[in-house]
Design a protein around this ligand. Sequence first.
Ligand SMILES: [Mg+2]
Length: 119
Amino acid sequence: MVRLISFDIDGTLEVGAPPGVIPMSVLRRASELGFLIGTCSDRLLLEQQRVWEGSGVAPHFTVVKQGLAVVRATFDAEHYLHIGDTEVDAMVAREAGFDFLHSLEDDVLAYLRALQLHP
Ligand SMILES: [Mg+2]
């Protein structure tokens, strides 16, 4: 099953400002296991690319928040998920046809563990 996961950065990834709960090892593991992954953030695309360069993983996509629908249309997957920490994240996910996990309110690490993306 091909899964696509879109990660917000600030408040979601450990390298965000503020830092979130998701370690960069999750991105590496997801890449190794064949997940389609990328970031969807308010940050400029150049800044998003720097985050990926720091992780040593090549993303499939980097988009601004309004770009999630394009990701949905571009990649053929059986499950689309966006993980973020704000109401805007929840809204753009819903509008683009993505499931949504709240990086602070939901047990994101348990979810990632179940997908074998986190120890
Ligand atoms: Mg955020």
